[in-house]
Design a protein around this ligand. Sequence first.
Ligand code: NDP
Length: 512
Amino acid sequence: MTKLTVISAAAATPEDRPFRARHLIGGTFRDSADGAVIERRSPAHGLLVSTAAEGGRAEVSEAVAVARAAFDAGDWSRRDGKARAALLLRVADLIERDLDRIARIETLESGKPISQARDEVAGAADLWRYAASLARTMHGESHNTLGPDILGVVLKEPVGVVSVITPWNFPFLIVSQKLPFALAAGCTAVVKPSELTPSSTVMLGELLIEAGLPDGVVNIVLGHGDPVGMAMTEDARVDMVTFTGSTGVGKAITAAASGTLKKVSLELGGKNPQVVFPDADLDAAADAIAFGVYFNAGECCNSSSRVIVHEDVAEALIEKVVALSRAVPFGDPLDPATKVGAIISPEHQDQIDAHVQDAVAGGAWLRLGGAGLPVPGLSGQFYQPTILSEVRPEMAIARAEVFGPVLAVLRFSNFEEAVALANDASYGLSAGVWSESVHTCLDFARRAEAGTVWTNTWMDGFPEMPFGGMKESGQGRELGRYGLEEFLEAKTVTMRIGRGSRAPWVQGSAPL
Ligand code: NDP
C-alpha cells in the first residue's frame, strides 16, 4: 500500500447500548404493528449500534392522516410567527444540549468522523435558529396601484402536509435543512430518514416533543424507500415532497408524485468541478481539492470529484494534491484526529472500487490509492484516497457520481475549453474556480451551469445562502429565504373598496 496517514482503532471499542429507534406518530413513539425491525451495524466497527422499527404502508397511512388532521386543525398552521419562532428556538437549544449524544450516534451509524459530526449537529442547531427568524419575518405583498377602488394582496400560506425523505450521508444536517423551514412556514410533516441512519432523526423527534410541538405536527416513519418513501410520495393527502438523494430515486419520486400533481422539491447528485487556472494559488487550490473530494469520504452531493486544470500547471497541482492526500488522516471515526471515516456499506465500497477499476481499464492513470484501506483494529470498510489523471471527458469516471474518495483530473488549454468541460455534465449542482483574476472568476461564475459557484474557496455554506441544483441535480432551493418559499403557496386576494363602484356586467354597457 502507498504510504498514507491511517488512524488505527481507538483503544476502547464503543460499548453503547444499541439505540432503539421507533416511529413517531401522533406524538407517540411506537414499534411497527408486526414488530419488524432493521438492525444497523457501525460501518467502521461492525458492531450493532441501533435497532429501528421497519414500517410499511400502514404506518405511512396513519402518519399522513395525523399530519393532515394537525394541519387542518390549525393549531400549528395558523399559529402566529412569534410563537412558531419561539418553539424553533427551543429546539435549537435542545439540539445543543444533546449535541454529544446526537453526534455519537451519527458517527456510529454513518461512519463519519466524530469531529465532523459534532460540527454538523452544531450547524443544524444554527439552521433551526435561522428558520425561527424567517418564521417572524415572512410576508406576502400588497398592490396599491391597481386603481382607486382596488387593493390587491398576495398572501403567503403554508403549502400543507409535507413528506420529508432524507439520505444517509448527512442525516441530521439534511433533515435540518428542510424541517425547520417547513415548520416556520406552518406546514406539518411526515419524515423518513434512510434505513441506514435512522436514529438521529428519531432523537430530533424526541426533542420536538420536549420543546412542546403539538402532537401530529411532525411524524416519523422508519423503513425502506419502497414501500415507506413511495407511499409518502403517492398519498393524495400529502401536498408536497421534499427529497434529498440520488438522481434515479428523484426521478422515481417525480413520476410517483405526478399521479396527484403534488409539489416536488429535489436536491440530487453532482459531478462538481473545481477549475484551476494557471494564475491560481496552487497551494490553496490543492488543499480545497483534497477537502472537496475526501470530506465525508466523498459521500457528498457537493463532492468536487472532478478537477479541470490548465495544462501548464496540471503536474504541479497533481503533485501537491497527492502529497496532501497522503497526509489526510483516514481511519477510526471515533478518534477526534480522524478527518475521513468509513464507507457506508460493503456494497457501496464495491461500487466505488468498480468505478476506479473501470477507469484504469479505460486508460486513466492511477496516481494514488485505488483499493480498500485496511485500518488496524477495525473490521469495517474504508477506501484509500484515490487520484486518477489523464481522464477523458467521455469516460464514466468523469461523468458518474462515484460518491467515494476518488478524484478525476482532466486538463484544458483555454478559458472556453474550461467552461465547456465544466458544463459537460448531466448534473449542475456546484462548481469552483481558482484564479487570482477577478475577471476570470466572474466570467466563469456567470457561465457555469451550477446552482452554486465558489470562487477561490470550496463548500463554504451559510443558512442565509440558497442551495440547490440545475439540470439533473434537482429542482427548488433549500436555505435562505428561498428555502422558506419552497414551503409556501401564494394566494391572491383582490378587494374592491367602496360599495357600488363595480360596473355591472349583465346590464352595463362597458366593453369587455
Ligand atoms: P437513495 O436516493 O436511494 O436514498 C435516499 C432516500 O430515499 C432514502 O431515505 C431512501 O430510503 C429513499 N428512497 C429510496 N427509494 C425510494 C423510493 N422509490 N421512493 C421514495 N423514497 C425512496 O440513495 P442511496 O442511499 O441508495 O444512495 C445511492 C446513491 O445515491 C449514492 O451512491 C449516491 O450516488 C446518491 N446519493 C446522493 C445523495 C445526495 O446528497 N445527493 C445522498 C445519498 C445518496 P432507504 O435508503 O431507507 O431505502
